[in-house]
Every structure is written in structure tokens, then in C-alpha cells.
Design a protein. Sequence first.
Length: 414
Amino acid sequence: MRFRSIIFWLHLCAGVIAGVVIAIMSFTGAALAFEKQITAWAERDSRTVAVPAEASAARLPIDDLVAAVREKQGGHRPATIVVANDPAAAVMMGFGRTNSVYVNPYTGTLQPVSGQGTRTFMHVMIEWHRYLGRHDGQRATGKAITGACNAAFAVLAITGLYLWWPRKWNAGVFRSVAVMTFRLRGKARDWNWHNAVGFWTAPILIVLTLTAMPISYQWAGNLIYRMTGSPVPQPGPPGAATPAVVVPAPADGTRPLRLNELLLAAQREVPGWKEITLRLGTGGRGGAGRRNPTPSPAATTNESTSVTGGMESQRRAEPPQPVMVAIRERQAWPLFSSVQLTFDPFTGSVLRKETFSNYNLGRQVRSWTRFLHTGEALGYAGQFVAGLASLVSLLLVWTGFALTWRRFFSKTKS
């Protein structure tokens, strides 16, 4: 059997076996191409506030906003707080991955809820894209299937590019292979559309599928570090790519700083900030009195104010933890990069500052692969190209199945 025949049958078998799942991932991938922008537009009534006309009007301290939100949320503590450098932007407080509220920074009142339907739709798309709609204990099975079918998609794109590439180049061959013709019918139409769409999208699909491999498989992510001569991160909680920071033991009686003081310290550290995210750990779903085995100092900061109070002795029983802050800059490059600050919760001093340029080569490449997969690494243009390639992949699946059916089952073969 000739090499080209081997490649053809590999291409056909991979498409038949994984085609349905590839179609699901392609559709959901296209729907998620502008997920953040679409969700922000749908939630615009929640995310924006009227700026007071009075010149003396000032934003309330973050601690006061947290206290107001906790009172309205049954004492639950937010896991994250996001502050945008825009006077008309509401402050977002997140209680886990799927629950968040927006609060008016001038009044402390909760914003009206909007865009719930859009957020729910996007969540469903993510569930199907990553786990084939599986939940809880079945997610691992769904992820294994999508990971394997993504690998098959990579094989399809690579072998397809080889099969679609003309052996000899001339104007006629180029038109027949790379230009869609709408006057054809039957097998000739399917062959033309399959080749033309595949010819132009294969390089993009190769990037999208290969950059998804580290998301599906830990060995693929570790391979990036090994190939770049960088140390492989040890297994740990999400985001634990660097060694933990130890907070110097404070003097007896020292109380943690308020959140607003830490926010101001972060703003001074990065004057060109666009958005600041304070990570406070797991949202307190068990009520105000419930504590995590190792509470974050940001949570301790909240509890050191009048929100709960009376927990100093219990705080001292646990080793102090640093406060983690992520800052996005206005003129950042790469576009997805952020400044990661680790604060001493008692003094406000910066214990560690990480920027993209500080990362080792393996971590830089791994970050690029993560955002090349969604197209976000190249901004709106990258998202558009990734979304369009995902969408037209549905045509590849359909024409591929049609050609296979005609090869094996159609009586006319046309």
C-alpha cells in the first residue's frame, strides 16, 4: 500500500470514529469564541452604574462594599473581588465559579440581575465543549472522550492538509482544490467543498487542536516544560505554578490590613492598571461563622473588620497566608498577561511580583498555548479566526460523512 493510501485511510477512519464529537466541539467552540464579550454585553445593565454628578461623591471602601454584600448574601464571603479602572463600572464579587453579583461602588446596593439566559447558555456550551454535557462524576469520562477526539481532529487536519495539497501547482488545479464551487452537485460538490474548506482552515485547525492537548492531558503540558528545559510544575491547586510564599510572623497584637489598603497598595504598584482581582479564597457557603482549614488572609482581612469580629484568637491558630492580587494593565503584552502580586496581609509589602517576562520559557509557552486555543492571544482578530474555523469545521464533518457514505453505501457513487 502506498504512503498516500495509508494517510487517506487514516484520515477516513479518524473522521468516521470521531466525527460526531468533533461536530459538537466545533459548534460549541464557535459559540464560545466571543464568550466574554457577549456575556459582558448581555450583563451591561448589571455591570455599569450611573456616576454621581456631585463632584464630592466618592467610591465606598471595598470593606464597606463587602460588608453590604455579605449582609444581603446571608453572610457568605465572596471568593473574588474584581475592580475595574472605570468610574461607571460596578464592582464584581464572585461566590464560586457560577455565581456572582455586581454592586454599585458609590451606594453599596446590588445591581439588577441581567443576562442570566446568556450566562446559562454559555455555561451549557462550556459543559458540552469540555465534557460532552457530563456532570459531577461523569466529567472525567466526558473529558477523556473530548480529549481523544481532539487528538483525532489534529490527525484529520494534518493528514487532510497532506491529502489536499496539490502535487502540481497551476491555476486550474488551484481552482479545483482551493476554491469553492456552488454550481456542482452530489459527490463533486462534497469533494470540492471538503477540499476547499479544509485547504484554508487546516493550518488554523492544527493550531487549535494542538494547543488543546495540554488542556486535555497533563503529559502534554509537562512536555512543553521538558522541551523548553524548564522545571515541570508539581501537582497542586490551580494556579500553583510557583513555590508558596511564606508570610513573616507578625508581632503579637498586629491586625491584618483592611482590603481597601491592599487595593490602594496594588494600584500604586501598577499605576497603569485596567482591572484588579482580589482573590479571597473559597466563598463562605457555610455561613459567616464557617472557616476553611487554612483561611486566606484576605478572608481574615474581612473578618478583622466589623463584619464578623471576635475571631482574632482563632486566626492566630493558623499560619498567616499571603494575599493574592492579579492586575491587568492597559497596554499589556501579551494581551492575556497580568501582573501577579503577593502581599503581606499585615504590612502591605509586596512579597513577590510576577510578570510574564519573569516566567520561565516553559510557563510562557504554556500560557501562549492556552490563549491561542481560544484565539484570545491575538485579540478580536484571533477570536474571529478561531470561531470561524470552528464553525466551518461543521461543513468538513458533513461533507466528510457524505463522501464516506457514497464510497461505501451509495449505489450511484455520485
